[in-house]
Design a protein around this ligand. Structure first.
Ligand code: SAH
Ligand code: AVI
Length: 340
């Protein structure tokens, strides 16, 4: 399988697991800082201010997201896992995948259900987790090698926006994009992502996507405003990242977490609201950023889907339907698509 800028395996891995783990670094620390500088400058100087959600996910942000997935209000992860428990075997039978790529893989926790099913079907050889958060890939990779003694893990540190075409894969391939992370992309970026995936997969390749569905506003608002404040800490984590990596002086307590479902756009709009009028200095950018009292900066959107809309988007990007499954409550959907 093709390998790009391959670094030695993570030091935590001992022989013989070392031979089954590769880590391609398509975005190293220097690239990451350069990209952060460019995106932070663009986002903090535009009106309204906005930061891309990828910057939540340093090691702490990934741990906070993991904590979110266990919150009583955050039903998404439990629902998707319930669907996979019932339907992973069907997905394995339809796709016969030799390579499983996972976009935004994080802990790859639910993914084990797909790996188990493909392993039982005897087709799976390569697992390719792709994520912008290198520590998450190293931790998940080490755990997977222990759990699956036959599996080759080819992890890739990269950015959805830049590196999809460079993802290595061999033989029948299934790309999984779980957790409704696709909902964090605005519609035009979703279309671009789907086009890239279609080109990368080629005719006959499969795409499995988890999508949260439109539902009662109160439940959506609760899922993004948990009573323990973990989602608020996750949202504010982007400020810590800017403080640490761009030598900025954001004071977290001066920003309030705001998240609400927008019924017209059918998305949860997630922002940080300045509690006071203040000026923040971002030393690495030589930038002073003024916030008015009450001014909001968008940090994420979380789009909620309907079947018809999703089908329209996938068809327009060259995919045909190969499976649609929901949990019993109809909260979340997992759908399978074939290129061509
Ligand atoms: N798939 C897991 C994790 C979802 S959290 C689940 O279903 O629970 C979103 C994941 O996407 C994180 O691990 C984060 O690091 C990754 N991510 C976010 N933006 C990214 C980007 N631009 N490129 C690559 N990975 C990204
Ligand atoms: C990763 N992504 C799908 C989560 C979501 O639900 O949109 C991120 C998140 N933001 C706040 N809570 C969870």
């Amino acid at each position: 399988m093709g390998s790009l800028r391959t670094e030695p395996s993570a030091p935590v891995l001992g022989y013989p697991a070392r031979r089954r783990f590769t880590l391609d670094v398509l975005i190293d620390e220097q690239d990451r800082l350069e990209l952060l500088r460019a995106e932070a400058r663009r986002g903090l100087t535009r009106r309204p201010k906005e930061l891309p959600p990828k910057w939540f996910y340093d090691q702490r942000g990934s741990a906070l997201f993991d904590a979110i997935t266990g919150l009583p209000e955050y039903y998404l992860t439990r629902r998707e896992r319930a669907i996979l428990r019932v339907h992973a075997g069907e997905i394995a039978a339809i796709t016969g995948a030799r390579t499983l790529v996972e976009l935004g893989s994080g802990t790859s926790d639910k993914t084990r259900l797909i790996i188990d099913a493909l392993d039982a079907a005897g087709t799976l050889e390569y697992f390719v987790p792709f994520d912008v958060c290198r520590p998450a890939l190293e931790d998940a990779g080490a755990a997977l090698l222990d759990e699956y003694p036959r599996l080759q893990v080819h992890a890739v540190v990269g950015d959805f926006d830049l590196h999809l075409a460079a993802i290595p894969h061999e033989g029948p391939t299934l790309v999984a994009f779980l957790g409704s992370t696709i909902g964090n992309f605005p519609a035009p970026a979703r279309a671009e992502l789907l086009g890239e995936l279609r080109r990368m997969l080629g005719v006959g390749g499969f795409f499995l996507v988890g999508t949260d569905l439109v539902k009662d506003r109160a439940r959506l608002d609760a899922a993004y405003n948990d009573s323990r404040g973990i989602t608020a800490a996750f949202n504010r984590n982007v400020l810590r990242v800017l403080n640490r990596d761009l030598d900025a002086d954001f004071v977290e307590e001066r920003f309030e977490h705001v998240a609400a479902f927008d019924p017209e756009l059918e998305l949860v709009d997630i922002r940080l609201r300045s509690r006071v009028a203040q000026t923040v200095h971002v030393a690495a950018l030589g930038l002073n950023v003024a916030f008015a009292a009450g001014e909001e900066m968008r940090t994420e959107i979380s789009t909620k889907f309907r079947r018809t809309g999703l089908e329209r988007e996938l068809r327009a990007s060259g995919f045909s339907a190969a499976g649609w499954w929901t949990d019993r409550a109809g909260d979340f959907a997992l759908s399978l698509w074939r290129v061509g």
